[in-house]
Design a protein around this ligand. Structure first.
Ligand SMILES: Nc1nc2c(ncn2[C@@H]2O[C@H](COP(=O)(O)OP(=O)(O)OP(=O)(O)O)[C@@H](O)[C@H]2O)c(=O)[nH]1
Ligand SMILES: [Mg+2]
Length: 701
C-alpha cells in the first residue's frame, strides 16, 4: 500500500460513520441526499435502494462524517439479499465498510408502530441511535399528532421531527450528530421469563464460543431463537452444529413451557411500542377523509384499474409521438446542418465519409430520439413518485397470481420499462432465490427505453401518415406483448426448472404523494446524461467500427449496395441471409441485427449507415430510404409484414450486452446470461417467423 493511500485510509477511519436504517419507503435516501448533496435514487415505492451507498456530509462544526444509505428493511431477521446488506453492515460483517458508530433510524411517522419495531431491534445491538421522525407532514393528513419531545423522553434517544423531502429537520439532525450520541440505554421490552432465560443462555454461549460482544450476542440469540429460518443464518455465519442443536433444544423447552417462540418476541416488542406511544400519539378531532382509500378503490379496481393503466400508457405514447416530434425535428436539422457544413469544408475521402456517414449518421441517428426517451422518463418518474407504480404492480399481481411469480417481482418488472439493468438489480428485494432468478431471467422482456428508437422508426415506416393515436396504439400493443411474454415465460420457468411454492403478495401500497418538479426534472436530466453518454461511447464506437466494416474492403468503382455487399459487414450479412430470410429480412437488415447485439439502438445507427444515405441521420429520411429499399428482384423490402416481424423480433430478442453482464453479476454464473440470451433470441426468432410466415399464408404482404 502506498504511503498516501494509507494516510488517506487512516483519515477515512477517523471520520464518524453514520448508517441510515429504516423500513422501506420511509425516506432514507431522501435524508441521505439532503445530508450528502448526492443524488441517490428516490421513489415512492418500497425497494428503491437495494445496495449500500457511501457519501460524506459536513457537520456544523466543520467535521466530515461518512454516511451510509442502506436498503429498507422491516426487521433484522433477514429474508432477502438486500436486507442482508443492512444486517451485515450493522454487525460489522462487511469487509469494505466499518461498523457504524451511530445509526440514524428513519421512522415513517405515519406508520410509527411498525417502524419502531426495527428501532427496538437496532437498539439491541448497543449502537447509539438517533430517531429521525420523518414524514411528519403525513401524520397531520392522517388525523394524528405525534409529540416528538414526549417520544424522546420515553425512548431515551434523541428524536428529530422531519420532513426530509422539504429538508426540514436536516440541520437539527446534523447538530445532534455533531454533539455526539450516547449509546442506547438498556432495553425496556421484556419477553416471558422462560424465554429471557433461554436467550441469556444462548447469548452467553455466543459470547464465549463465537467471541461476540454482549449486545450482538443478545440480538443474535433473540433472532435465532425466534425466527423459523434461523438455522440457515446460523450456518451462514459459521455457527457450528452445536449451536444449531442448542437452538433446537431451547425451542423444544420453550414449547413445553407453553411459550410460542415464534411470536413471543414480536409480541414483547409490540407491547413495549404500545406502552411507549401512550401519550405520544393523539388523534386529531377532525381528521380529513383519507383520499388514498378513495383513489385506491378506482386504481386497484379489477376493471377500472386496468382501464386507468392502459389510458396512462396510451397518453404516454401519444405524447411521445406528438410533443417529442418538435425537438426531434430541431435535433435532426442540427445534424443535417453539421453534416452539410463538414461536406463543404472537408475534401472528399474516407475521413469525410467517416465523419458524415459513420459518426453523424450513426450517433446522430440515435440522439434524435432523445426527446422521446425524455418523455418516456417523465412519465416513468411520475408513476414512481406519485405511488402509482405500486398500484400498477398490484393489479398485475392480482391478474397473474396464478402464474406463480412472486408478487414482489412486479416492481422490478415495471422498472424494466426504463431499463433492464436497474430492473435486474431491483430483484434483490425478492426473498426466494428461485423466484428471484426467474424474475431476473424474464426482466429483459419488458420493453425498455432502448427499444423505443427502433419501434418509433419501424412504426413510422409501417404507418407513415396516420394519427399519433394509432401509433400510440401500436406502441401499447408492443409493450403489452412484452409484459405478456415476461409473464408467460415466468409461468413456464416456474413450472419446469424452478418449481416451487409462491408466497403470497405482501407489498405495501405507499400513500399517494405529489411529485416534486425538482425530483422529476432531476430524474429526466440524469436519464438524458446516461443516454447521451451511451450515444457518445458505445454507440459512437460501434458506429465507427460498423462504418469501417461496412466500407472496407473497397471495390474500386463500386458504390451503394454493390460496395456494401463487398464489405466485411456486407459479407457477414449475406452469409446470414439464409437464416433470416424466412423472417422476411435481407442481408442489410442482417447487418443491423448483428450490430444491435451490443445495444438495440445500434440497429438504427447501422440502418442509417447501410441505407445511407442521406447524411442527415434523421428518422424521416431513413424511413423514406426504407420505403425505397428493394429486393434484387424488385419486390419491396419493408412490406408491412416485414415491419411487424421486425417489431416482434425486437420485443423478444436479447440484444444488450450490458444486461447480460448484469445478469452474470447478480447470479454469479455465466450459465444464466447464456441461457437468457439463447431463450430470448429463440423466442424472438420463432415469434417473428410465425408472424411473417403466418401473415403470408393469410395473404398479407
Ligand atoms: N410527504 C413526505 N414525503 C417524503 C418525505 N421524505 C421522503 N418522502 C418521499 O417518500 C418517498 C420515499 O423516499 P425514499 O427516500 O426513496 O425512501 P427510502 O427509505 O430510501 O426507500 P427504499 O430505498 O425503497 O427503502 C419518496 O417519494 C420521497 O419523495 C417526507 O418527509 N414527507
Ligand atoms: Mg432508498
Amino acid at each position: 500500500m502506498s504511503l498516501t493511500r494509507s494516510v488517506l485510509l487512516e483519515q477515512e477511519e477517523r471520520f464518524m460513520t453514520v448508517a441510515l436504517v429504516g423500513n422501506p419507503n420511509s425516506g432514507k435516501s431522501t435524508v441521505f441526499n439532503a445530508l450528502t448533496r448526492l443524488r441517490q435514487k428516490v421513489g415512492n415505492y418500497p425497494g428503491v435502494t437495494v445496495e449500500k451507498k457511501l457519501g460524506r456530509a459536513i457537520l456544523p462544526d466543520g467535521k466530515a462524517m461518512n454516511v451510509l444509505d442502506l436498503p429498507g428493511t422491516y426487521s433484522l431477521a433477514v429474508q432477502s439479499p438486500d436486507e442482508q446488506v443492512v444486517r451485515d453492515v450493522l454487525l460489522g460483517h462487511m469487509n469494505d465498510t466499518t461498523r457504524p458508530d451511530v445509526v440514524v433510524c428513519i421512522v415513517d411517522a405515519s406508520n410509527i408502530e411498525r417502524n419502531l419495531y426495527l428501532v427496538s431491534q437496532v437498539q439491541d445491538l448497543g449502537i447509539p441511535v438517533v430517531v429521525a421522525l420523518n414524514m411528519m407532514d403525513e401524520t397531520v393528513k392522517q388525523g394524528r399528532a405525534i409529540d416528538p419531545q414526549k417520544l424522546q423522553a420515553v425512548l431515551r434517544m434523541p428524536v428529530v421531527p422531519m420532513v426530509a423531502s422539504k429538508e426540514q429537520g436536516i440541520e437539527e439532525l446534523k447538530t445532534i450528530l455533531a454533539r455526539g450520541v450516547e449509546p442506547v440505554p438498556l432495553r425496556e421490552w421484556r419477553m416471558p421469563a422462560v424465554m429471557e432465560e433461554e436467550v441469556a443462555l444462548f447469548a452467553q454461549w455466543l459470547c464465549t464460543d463465537r467471541k461476540m460482544d454482549r449486545f450482538t450476542a443478545f440480538s443474535e440469540a433473540v433472532i435465532h431463537l425466534s425466527t423459523p429460518i434461523a438455522k440457515h443464518h446460523l450456518l451462514e455465519h459459521g455457527v457450528s452444529d452445536i449451536g444449531t442443536a442448542m437452538v433446537q433444544d431451547a425451542r423444544q423447552r420453550l414449547t413445553r413451557a407453553g411459550v410460542k417462540w415464534r411470536s413471543a418476541v414480536i409480541e414483547a416488542r409490540y407491547d413495549w411500542i404500545h406502552r411507549i406511544l401512550e401519550g405520544v400519539l393523539t388523534d386529531l378531532p377532525d381528521p380529513k377523509i383519507r383520499k388514498t382509500e378513495r383513489f385506491d378503490a378506482v386504481l386497484t379496481h379489477r376493471v377500472w384499474g386496468w382501464v386507468v393503466f392502459v389510458s396512462v400508457m396510451v397518453l404516454m405514447f401519444y405524447m411521445i409521438f406528438t410533443i417529442a416530434a418538435y425537438p426531434m425535428e430541431w435535433i435532426s436539422k442540427g445534424f443535417e446542418l453539421l453534416s452539410a457544413e463538414l461536406k463543404s469544408v472537408l475534401p472528399a475521402g474516407d475521413i469525410r465519409d467517416l465523419l458524415t456517414d459513420g459518426i453523424i449518421a450513426g450517433v446522430g441517428g440515435v440522439v434524435v430520439f432523445l426527446p422521446q426517451i425524455l418523455t418516456l422518463f417523465f412519465f416513468i418518474s411520475l408513476m414512481q413518485d406519485t405511488g402509482y407504480m405500486a398500484r400498477a404492480a398490484f393489479i398485475m399481481d392480482r391478474l397473474m397470481s396464478r402464474v406463480g411469480l412472486h408478487g414482489k417481482a412486479f416492481i422490478p418488472l415495471l422498472c424494466g420499462f426504463a431499463c433492464a439493468i436497474p430492473s435486474i438489480m431491483a430483484c434483490r428485494s425478492i426473498e426466494n432465490p428461485k423466484d428471484r432468478l426467474v424474475t431476473i431471467l424474464v426482466s429483459p422482456l419488458m420493453v425498455c427505453s432502448a427499444r423505443l428508437p427502433v419501434f418509433a422508426l419501424m412504426i413510422a415506416v409501417l404507418i407513415p401518415n396516420t394519427s399519433p393515436f394509432e401509433k400510440a396504439g401500436i406502441m401499447l400493443s408492443l409493450y403489452l406483448t412484452g409484459i405478456l411474454g415476461a409473464i408467460l415465460m415466468a409461468w413456464v420457468f416456474k413450472h419446469t426448472i424452478f418449481k416451487g411454492p409462491t408466497p403470497p403478495f405482501i407489498m405495501e401500497l405507499p400513500p399517494y404523494r405529489f411529485p416534486t418538479l425538482k425530483a422529476t426534472f432531476l430524474h429526466m436530466w440524469e436519464r438524458s446524461q446516461l443516454f447521451l453518454k451511451k450515444a457518445g461511447t458505445v454507440i459512437l464506437i460501434f458506429s465507427v467500427i460498423l462504418w469501417a466494416l461496412m466500407t472496407y474492403p473497397k471495390l474500386p468503382g463500386a458504390s451503394g449496395d454493390v460496395a456494401l455487399r463487398h464489405s466485411f459487414a456486407g459479407r457477414a450479412g449475406v452469409l446470414m441471409e439464409p437464416v433470416i430470410r424466412p423472417l422476411g429480412y435481407d442481408w442489410r437488415i442482417g447487418i443491423g441485427l448483428i450490430g444491435s447485439l451490443a445495444a438495440r439502438e445500434i440497429f438504427v445507427s447501422t440502418m442509417n449507415i447501410a441505407f445511407n444515405i442521406d447524411d442527415s441521420g434523421d428518422a424521416a429520411s431513413l424511413h423514406s430510404a426504407f420505403s425505397e429499399a428493394r429486393w434484387p428482384d424488385g419486390r419491396v423490402l419493408f412490406t408491412p409484414l416485414v415491419c411487424v416481424s421486425l417489431l416482434i423480433f425486437y420485443v423478444f430478442a436479447m440484444q444488450c450486452f450490458s444486461t447480460l453482464v448484469v445478469t452474470w453479476r447478480e447470479t454469479n454464473s455465466w450459465l444464466w446470461p447464456a441461457f437468457q440470451f439463447v431463450y430470448m433470441t429463440g423466442i424472438a426468432y420463432v415469434a417473428a417467423l410465425t408472424v411473417y410466415q403466418g401473415g403470408r399464408w393469410l395473404g398479407f404482404q
